[in-house]
Each structure stands twice: as C-alpha cells, then as structure tokens.
Design a protein around this ligand. Structure first.
Ligand code: PGA
Length: 248
C-alpha cells in the first residue's frame, strides 16, 4: 500500500453523455489517469464507465452494494457479485446519505462489507458524526460505534472514510486539527480492535476542493480523500488528484 487514494463520489449526478465526457477528461490527463484514483459512478452507469475505463488506470467504484449475497428476488438491488462482474474495485458502504435516507443499520452494513469482501470488491466504510454529536462532545463515541462492525470482519482489505456529516456538501471543512484527531483515533481503534488492519487506509471526505486538498491530504494519518461535489468537475478533481500524487 503506497500513495494516497482519491475517489470521486458522483452521487446521483450525471447522465450517460456527461459521465462519458467526465471520464474522457480524466483519462486524458496523467494527473487523474493513474493508480490511486477512482470514480464512484451511479449504478446505472457503472457498466458504461467500466468499458470506457478499460486500458486506463482509474479504478471503478460503486456507491453502494446489496446486503443480500445470493441472486434472487431482491428487486432493485445490485449484488457484490454484479459489481465485481462489471469491474468495480471498490464499493462505498454506509455513506452518511444512505444511513440518513435509507436507515442503514450497522447490521446491514456488516452484511454489505462481507458481501463486498467475498466478491473481491474492496469496501470503503464511511463513518461520520453530525454537528449535534460533534458539538455535544460525543463524536468519538459515535465513530467508535460505527467502526464496531470492523471487529467482526476476520480478514481482507478495506478502507475507512471519515466524513463528518456537517462537512458534506456544506462547504464547511473540518479543521486540520479535527481531522488529525479523528484519523489518529480511527487508526488506533483499528489497530487495537480489527486484527489485520494495521495497513488500513483512512480517507477524509467533506467539502474537499481544489483549494484545500493539499493541506488536508498532507495531514497526519490522512491516506486520501473521498470527494463529492468537486469530483463532478474534471478541472477541480484533477487539482485534488495532483495534490495527492505529490504526497506519499
Ligand atoms: P462533498 O461530499 O465533497 O460534496 O462534501 C463528500 C461525500 O459525501 O463523499
């Protein structure tokens, strides 16, 4: 494991044509077409983006994965095996928008993590506290509870993304001190509780932009970034990836 990992989370954005144009721009640029860069496209465009990425170095990610592992009567779901089949290298698990709008529980998230791992797709477990929890001083405890499922996972490579809910899509970025504190906390927790995860990568997410990427990525224990809004523009995503590429 070396170098920083930057994944662009497109969320429920793009259309066939705009996704194609964005990927074409990323592929044409050596700052983005390299190892350690990924894009999480909407499920409906994964196969299209996968075909376009063939021969390039950008990794494909999904924004979610089903908690159900076997094929069958689960209307609307996308299994880990399907994601692997179209070439997904990563799957986001438990993004705060999914926790909030789709009531995803730790139990469901553990199943998602296991399904992804069994299919050879690296899960990216997203954790983060709300503003209320931060201001109430419970933020470390909240993250501890969200990380708890990792103790149930015997082995396998996974990534954690720390995304304070109050910093997502709001333009409010956590301070470098807040980021450093939480990333150290997550790494220590994983070291003590999640066996083989000494090598775990912890990404930061929440209003990462061209202007703040370098400082955030240079912060201790920050192994990369999960980028929402700024990943929809090839120009700003490129600056973020370039900042990541300069750092080890
Ligand atoms: P943002 O989103 O960069 O738009 O704040 C980050 C995320 O939700 O992954």
């Amino acid at each position: 494991m070396s170098g920083k990992l930057v994944i662009g989370n497109w969320k429920m954005n793009t259309r066939s044509e705009s996704a194609q144009a964005l990927v074409a721009a990323l592929l044409a640029d050596p700052a983005t077409n390299r190892d350690g860069v990924g894009v999480a496209a909407p499920a409906v465009y994964l196969a299209q983006v996968a075909r376009q990425l063939e021969g390039g170095r950008i990794a494909l990610a999904s924004q979610d994965v089903s908690r159900y592992d076997a094929d069958g009567a689960f209307t609307g779901e996308t299994s880990a095996a399907m994601l692997a089949d179209v070439g997904c290298r990563y799957a986001l698990v438990g993004h705060s928008e999914r926790r909030q709008y789709f009531a995803e529980s730790n139990e469901a998230l553990l199943r998602k993590m296991r399904n992804a791992l069994a299919a050879g797709v690296t899960p990216v477990l997203c954790v983060g506290e709300t503003l209320e929890q931060r201001e109430g001083g419970q933020y470390l405890e909240v993250i501890r509870q969200q990380l708890a499922i990792l103790a149930e996972i015997a082995d396998g490579e996974y990534v954690v993304a720390y995304e304070p809910v109050w910093a997502i899509g709001t333009g409010k970025v956590a301070s470098l001190e807040q980021i450093a504190e939480m990333h150290a906390f997550i790494k220590n927790w994983c070291l003590q509780n999640a066996g083989s995860s000494a090598n775990i990568r912890v990404l930061y997410g929440g209003s990462v932009k061209a202007e703040n990427a370098e400082a955030i990525l240079a912060t201790k224990n920050v192994d990369g970034a999960l980028v929402g809004g700024a990943s929809l523009s090839a120009d700003s995503f490129r600056v973020i990836c370039q900042a990541a590429g300069k750092l080890i």
